[in-house]
Design a protein. Structure first.
Length: 153
């Protein structure tokens, strides 16, 4: 039979499904971040027990592998002291005359819309190590940010 008349399977045309990429560097987490990871794993494990189609189960299993890897590599950090900007603290600062506040957390806990920045974010890296009253360079400007307050999460 000619190859022209052979039916190809639908599977041959699907995009390959890759693993969810792990963020580079150490997996620093706050105690709350560790609890969030465990809670996500529990939800995904419960979802595996529910009836679902094969593609949904594949996606759940892929996400579960990601979160299990994040749990295995999690490094819970000690509580910040509040003496200087560090992982696990909330920072109040003034930039361009505007007062802002962020929390410096792990990559999986980050949510910039809620003011929770990953410790690897440029702003978090610029602020790390500064104390109240310090002026910090950022975005190519010297003394662009003034640290107003620091408190542990």
């Amino acid at each position: 039979m000619s190859v022209a008349f052979r039916r190809e399977s639908d599977e041959e045309h699907l995009e390959p499904r890759f693993e969810v990429p792990l963020p580079p560097g150490p997996n620093l987490v706050t105690p709350a971040g560790l609890a969030q990871i465990a809670e996500r794993i529990a939800r995904l494990e419960a979802a595996l027990l529910q009836p679902a189609d094969e593609s949904a189960l594949t996606a759940i299993k892929r996400d579960l592998r990601y979160w299990q890897a994040r749990l295995a590599s999690a490094e819970v950090q000690p509580a910040a002291t509040g003496d200087a900007v560090a992982f696990g603290c909330r920072v109040q600062f003034r930039r361009g005359g505007q007062l802002r506040e962020i929390a410096i957390v792990g990559s999986d806990e980050a949510d910039p819309a809620l003011g929770r920045l990953a410790f690897t974010a440029p702003l978090a890296r610029a602020l790390t190590g500064a104390a109240v009253g310090d002026l910090v360079a950022f975005a190519g400007q010297d003394e662009a940010i003034e640290i107003v307050g620091i408190e542990p999460l």
